[in-house]
Design a protein around this ligand. Sequence first.
Ligand code: ADP
Ligand code: MG
Length: 355
Amino acid sequence: RVAIEIDHVCKRFGAGEQAVLALDHIALDIRENEFFTLLGPSGCGKTTLLRMIAGFEDVSAGDIRLYGASLTGKLPFQRPVNTVFQSYALFPHLTVEENIAFGLEMRGFKPADINPIVAEKLELVKLSGFARRRPHQLSGGQQQRVALARALAPSPRVLLLDESLSALDLKLRKEMQVELKRLQRETGITFVFVTHDQEEALTMSDRIAVMSAGKLQQVGSPEDIYDRPANRFVADFIGETSFLQGRVADGQLHFGVAGSLSCQVLDQPHDGAAALAVRPERLQLASSGDGLGGVVAEVVYRGVDTVYLVQLADGQPCRVRHTNDSGASRLARVGDAVRVAALPGAFHRLQEAGH
Ligand code: ADP
Ligand code: MG
């Protein structure tokens, strides 16, 4: 069931020559109970889209509907939507419980109902013993939990989270990622989560919308986005990717003078020029025989894995990744002549060329 319909929404800031088109005909559906992520680089329009769902910005064109009903003309507090901001926006002079109660009072909840809700939400975010503290007596992670409890208190149908974890250090951020997933599952509320961090998006989301410069690039599951990127931008922004120019003929993938690979390694094996994207973990250094000839230009040891930057014999660079679980952290050194082999389906053919 669709919760939010973003129906060809545009957002223009300013007028005339100064005008900025921050969102350009965005069309997507967000489903009920889904952990949905808007992902893209800084300035691509994520916050603007979130603010339009919340009602802090008007739409310039198009419409946003919640369960089929247009939100146009509805003020923020009239929408069954709540937002968690990156800055938490807690009131410093109020205690934790007063911070959580505030939003309920604003929405006209009866005083008798407020205390039980506050207690329940504090338990939900595991801060039951902290009701009387003030924000400055809490760690960053605890403040984040208070902000979540406050946003969840009025039981919104949709929770919007704008870069909510980016102020936390890496370890705490990983913990809060797990925590957010749990909260989403336990409450059954539709979460719309904004991040510029592709790894965070892949880890947390049921589905992801990738945006760039105000345009929607792709919507799909993490697997869709990672394995079948719609275009070069998505392939480049998500994960590590090598781009290679090749040619397909007679069931073989050819690269200049460097030899060929079987077309089993390609997901679209029709003949012709091919713009290819390949993930480093789908390539392997081969001892002899098979694969493309090249020379190791760089070895990057990263603990869990090692990445070899290989200059293929036709001059194209590609990255090859080996995990270090077998203790094979140095399969080759800089300057070694190697062969690069590919796993089945390794190469994804990009749409822009090679039809
Ligand atoms: P993101 O959250 O993805 O970093 P934003 O939604 O904040 O991106 O911004 C998208 C674009 O809209 C940017 O070019 C930004 O400068 C512009 N923008 C955002 N808010 C305003 C505003 N109030 N007035 C003018 N331009 C704005
Ligand atoms: Mg933003």
